[in-house]
Each structure stands twice: as C-alpha cells, then as structure tokens.
Design a protein around this ligand. Structure first.
Ligand code: ZN
Length: 275
C-alpha cells in the first residue's frame, strides 16, 4: 500500500488566519509549521498502523518548505521546496494506491477558512465547465493517473466541497469555519484523534472510492481578477482568451500539460500590474 499525502497549510488544525501561514510576516508561522507537521504525523502513524508500506509527503504550501523535516515521522519521505512542475502533486504517479489531501481549504469566492484558488489572481477555475478549487483540480490530476483521493482534512466547508466531487471520500474535520479568518478549533488531542480515525476509515475504503474521471479532451478555463491578468495568461501558446467573459481557456494534451499550463497562466497573470 503506497500512499501520497499532499499537505497544504490553511486547513491544518489550529490554523485560522494568515499569521500562521506567512513565512515572512506571520507572528504564528513557527507554530503553524509545527501544527502542520503534527497533522501529517498523525496521518502517517495511523496509516502505518493500518498497514501502509510507503508514504510520500509533498509539502504543498507557498514555497513548499514548511514541514519540519527533522520532526516528520521517520518512515515517511518528504518532498520539499519549489518550484516543481506539478506543484502540490509532484511525485504522484500510477504506482500509488491512494492520495490524501491534508490541510486543504475551500475555493476562491466561497466561505471557509483562508479560501482561495492557487493565488490571488484567480477568481474562478473550471475543468470542463465545472468550477474547481485546489481540491478539485488536484483530484482531477490524480484521477488521470487512476489514483483515488480517499481523505481530505481541514474545516467543515472543505469537507463539503470535497464530497460534492467525491461522495465516498472520508473527511477529517478539525475546525468549524466562523469566517474567512476565524474558526472553532478542536483541541490538539481531539484533532489528532480525528485525523487518525479518518485515516484508518479512508484506507479501509480505498476500493470504494473511484478516481475522478472527466471527459477527454479536458478544457481548463481560468477567470482572472482583472483583464490585465487574463491578457497575460492568454500569451500561453494554444490558449484562447474570451475578452467578453474575461476567461482564458486551454485544451491540455495530458495531465502534465494540464498542471504546467495552469501554473504558467497564473505565473504570467501574477506579473500584470493592477495600478
Ligand atoms: Zn496553502
């Protein structure tokens, strides 16, 4: 049993606002890294107890250098640092039996702790016309390798978002969203226990979770915050910019093309000045 963990930060136990997740300015960032490592360890411990034999952890937040390597469970391997062609999903391939998305958050424009989609430039992202956040996008990518996403952890609202796409997914809800920067958090001990419980549930139900499958060829569409960003993203060869709708679309050849083009568009768009 080979398990892939993509670990983001916004949905980690005890984290409620940006002071926990910004390496440069966050007065709680050192604590946030600790909490993130503890959540990952809870999942790893339970997975090993259940019988997982190989676990790869992809640090998936910001510069992807957040998890405390020296404190991570010794039986897991850590993929750290950036850039990476496949960002939050780097390292995943068809050899994995399941993927878990730990510390995830809701998409841009909807309620949930620290909701956003990839970066501040994205207003909405779609695959085949269906709106997706980071959870959905990464689940589609995993699905193209035939790998099911069997567990998500975070607040109550990402659990809901995840179930809309994957009804059979297990959810570890470690906090209840009160606003975008406020949550009612389980204690450390209760959050750890819930992560362990749901990890074992998810692993015992891998066969019941179907990999996400969308009709091919896929269409990736991104609606940007302002037209300057959309115009920059439209530079990507093969991209189609609908100025009326402010949406840039692209038909990827495969999962590699899908992830890299999404990153290229967002990186180009990030260079556009607002004022
Ligand atoms: Zn993040």
């Amino acid at each position: 049993m080979k398990l892939f963990l993509s670990v983001d930060m916004e949905g980690i136990s005890g984290i409620v606002d940006t002071s926990y997740i910004n390496p440069d300015s966050g007065m709680n960032y050192a604590r946030g890294r600790q909490f993130m490592t503890e959540d990952a360890n809870a999942v790893i411990e339970a997975a090993l107890e259940w019988g997982a034999t190989e676990i790869v952890v992809a640090d998936s937040h910001n510069t992807m250098n957040n998890i405390l390597w020296e404190s991570l469970h010794p039986e897991a391997k850590l993929l750290a640092g950036s850039p990476r062609d496949y960002s939050m999903m780097q390292g995943l391939d068809q050899s994995f039996d399941a993927a878990f998305f730990i510390g995830y958050h809701t998409r841009q424009g909807v309620p949930g702790v620290l909701s956003h989609t990839m970066s501040g430039v994205v207003r909405n992202m779609y695959i085949n016309g269906q709106v997706v956040g980071e959870f959905g996008f990464n689940a589609v990518y995993a699905g193209m390798y035939g790998v099911p996403v069997c567990l998500v952890s975070g607040d109550d609202l990402i659990a809901k978002e995840a179930k809309q796409l994957i009804p059979e997914i297990s959810t570890a809800i470690v906090k209840t969203a009160v606003s975008r920067t406020s949550a009612l958090c389980l204690s450390r001990d209760e959050a750890t226990a819930e992560l362990k419980r749901q990890t074992k549930r998810a692993l015992s139900r891998v066969a019941q979770v179907k990999p996400v499958e969308f009709a091919q060829p896929l269409e990736l569409s991104i609606e940007f915050s302002h037209t300057g960003q959309a115009e920059m993203a439209g530079i990507v060869p093969g991209a189609r910019y609908d100025a009326e709708k402010g949406i840039v679309s692209y038909t990827p050849q495969d999962q590699h093309d899908l992830y890299k083009t999404m990153r290229a568009m967002i990186n180009l768009a990030s260079g556009a000045e607002f004022f």
